[in-house]
Design a binder for this molecule. Structure first.
Ligand SMILES: Nc1ncnc2[nH]cnc12
Ligand SMILES: [Zn+2]
Length: 327
């Protein structure tokens, strides 16, 4: 097996709803009596061709309508952890979208109970430690985010951080300062998607206004030399998702990915899968595809793996023990 698949690694940018494989979409539709607008698994898979982020999000929100019960969320998470183990994942910080489920009438308690039922024993069953990050849908606006923050209060024991995702352009990070301040004051970790389709200005806002500890994607930072210097000086990690960037046409092809320019500027970069069921590969496959397209030395893959633990929310002793396994 290739180094990209076997290296111990942390996955830090992974939407659990984006791990639902077409077979599971159909299985859960049957179990829950949900009618699907696709005839077959192959018919659904054929639709995995996207023009941009929004065209993907339309299908992403449509397919997740089959997730209805706590058991569905447990099964989804177990399936991801089984795949992740095969790709060398030893630690995963997992996003979920509370508003995407509550708006369909699925109680938040059902979602959180289902996810944590799987995550609670992930280390024993799969050798993967985990954290859970609740993301706000930025296109629903800051008031909805604050209302969602209130509904998360009874579940904060199970939630390690908050994030910001969904349609980026026109929904700048600074609008979400009030909810991010509350989350930081409550001792939660904070991250945000920025600079995926949106301009470098959104990355500045994520770090300066929201105070994020990591930037999700952040690839458009290469357009701003001062921003690259700031990210590098502060060692603010970017969670880059190469196959996602190509599939959503943020980057024309893998060989033209801006990642080498991020590395040259001294930015700490991690490699992740984003929504692996939709984008043609789990995290190990992102490592191997990138190595092939950019002709990266094995030493660069080792650096990505070590930096994935450095950028994680694990305690330092656990990070160091995992990094020691890489060399
Ligand atoms: N790549 C992505 N960007 C923004 N929101 C998302 N939600 C799921 N995947 C996403
Ligand atoms: Zn994402």
């Amino acid at each position: 097996m290739s180094l990209g698949l076997t290296l111990p690694k942390a996955e830090l940018h992974l939407h659990i709803e984006g791990t639902i494989e077409p077979e599971l979409v159909f299985g859960l539709a049957r179990r829950n009596g949900v009618e699907l607008p696709f005839a077959t698994v192959d018919d659904l898979r054929r639709r995995y061709v996207f023009d941009d982020l929004q065209s993907f999000l339309d299908l992403y929100y449509l397919s997740m309508a089959v997730l209805r019960t706590a058991q569905d969320f447990t099964d989804l998470t177990d399936a991801y952890l089984a795949r992740a183990r095969e790709q060398g994942v030893r630690h995963a910080e997992i996003f979920f979208d509370p508003q995407a489920h509550v708006s369909r009438g699925v109680p938040l308690a059902e979602v959180v109970t289902g996810l944590t039922e799987s995550l609670r024993t992930s280390r024993e069953r799969f050798g993967i430690s985990t954290r859970l990050i609740a993301c706000f849908l930025r296109d629903l606006g800051p008031q909805e985010a604050l209302a969602t923050w209130e509904t998360l209060q009874p579940h904060l024991e199970q939630i390690d951080g908050i994030g910001l995702d969904s349609a980026e352009v026109g929904h700048p990070p600074q609008l979400f300062e009030p909810v991010f301040t509350r989350a930081r004051d409550a001792g939660l970790h904070v991250v945000a998607h920025a600079g995926e389709e949106g301009p470098p200005e959104y990355v500045w806002q994520a770090i300066d206004v929201l105070g994020v500890e990591r930037v999700d994607h952040g690839i458009r930072s290469v357009e701003d030399a001062a921003l690259l210097k700031r990210l590098a000086d502060d060692r603010t990690p970017l969670t880059v998702c190469p196959l996602s960037n190509v599939r959503l046409r943020c980057v024309p092809e893998l060989s033209q990915h801006p990642l080498p320019r991020l590395l040259d500027a001294g930015v700490l970069v991690t490699i992740n899968s984003d929504d692996p069921s939709y984008f043609g590969g789990y995290v190990g496959e992102n490592f191997t595809a990138l190595q092939e397209a950019l002709k990266l030395d094995d030493s660069v893959l080792r650096q990505f793996a070590a930096d994935s633990f450095r950028a994680s929310f694990l305690p330092e002793a656990e990070r160091d023990a995992l990094i020691a396994e890489i060399e």
